[in-house]
Write a protein that binds this ligand. Structure first.
Ligand code: BTN
Length: 249
């Protein structure tokens, strides 16, 4: 898959949220798989866990893509996030080394957040009927209102601006490439590739859960999306999103 014309790209100057618009459009008039909604400016961009997604108007890449991954069962839905993250990473790696996937939904450059993914699935029987995959990447923004996610942009990383539209054209075929891998080769190959790209994959790091801080190594992310850790004392633990956090030091 190398032809960008394969995608039905709907461009808007400003929207509340590309995820919201894609879901509404699809509800009103069912859209083809790989329909993409992209805008220059979002007024109510959504992040994970009800957070707001900050993105300065006209500077960044904010888009959503419609998937119909009927080959993914409900209990395995995190596989979609894995394939999507790998596709984004492949595109970013053409600009610099140092990008990783920070579990569960962040794209990192070194110890800073360059982007995030918000996936909203609608179920059909025991499968994923539609998946609206929203992606926000900091491309040319250099001043951020909130320092909370420790943000960085591609412009800051490279020292020069980048066309967000060009980046979109690089990301889309790569996402499809990894979804095809998932569909044809199965979860194992995607799991292996994903694990290799994880932030803090190698080495012992500090984490915090409800009982306090501890040191552990990442051993995997299962298909439920739970992070699997092995503590320095040899104990194996499994965490859902928000049950554990990385301690940044
Ligand atoms: C996160 O890191 O919390 C996820 C951020 C996802 C933001 C993107 S921007 C395009 C799409 N539309 C939205 O409203 N959110 C996602």
């Amino acid at each position: 898959m190398s032809n960008i014309k394969y995608f039905n790209i709907l461009r808007f100057p400003a929207l509340a949220s590309t995820n919201q618009t894609l879901k509404s459009l699809h509800q009103t008039d069912p859209m083809e798989e790989y329909t993409v909604v992209v805008c220059d400016s979002q007024t109510a961009g959504k992040g994970q866990a009800g957070n707001h997604w900050e993105s300065e108007a006209g500077k960044n890449l904010t888009f959503s893509i419609l998937l119909k991954p009927a080959y993914v069962q409900i209990q395995d839905q995190f596989l979609i996030s894995k394939a999507v993250s790998l596709g984004i990473l492949d595109a970013l790696k053409t600009y610099s080394s140092g990008f990783t996937i920070k579990w569960p939904n962040d794209i990192y450059y070194q110890d800073k957040k360059v982007g995030g993914i918000l996936i909203e699935n609608a179920l059909y029987q025991n499968r994923i009927g539609t998946s609206v995959v929203g992606i926000g990447l900091n491309v040319n923004q250099t001043v951020f209102v909130s320092d909370a996610p420790n943000p960085v942009s591609l412009k800051a990383i490279r020292g020069k601006a980048l066309d967000p539209g060009k980046l979109l054209n690089q990301i889309l075929p790569n996402i499809v490439k990894y979804l095809d891998t998932l569909r044809t080769a199965g979860p194992d190959s995607v799991n292996r590739l994903y694990l290799a790209q994880l932030y803090r994959k190698n080495g012992l790091y500090c984490y915090r859960d409800e009982n306090g801080e501890f040191k552990a190594r990442i051993t995997g992310i299962n298909d439920y999306g739970h992070m699997l850790l092995k503590t320095d004392e040899g104990q194996r633990r499994s965490y859902a999103f928000k049950e554990v956090e990385f301690v940044m030091r």
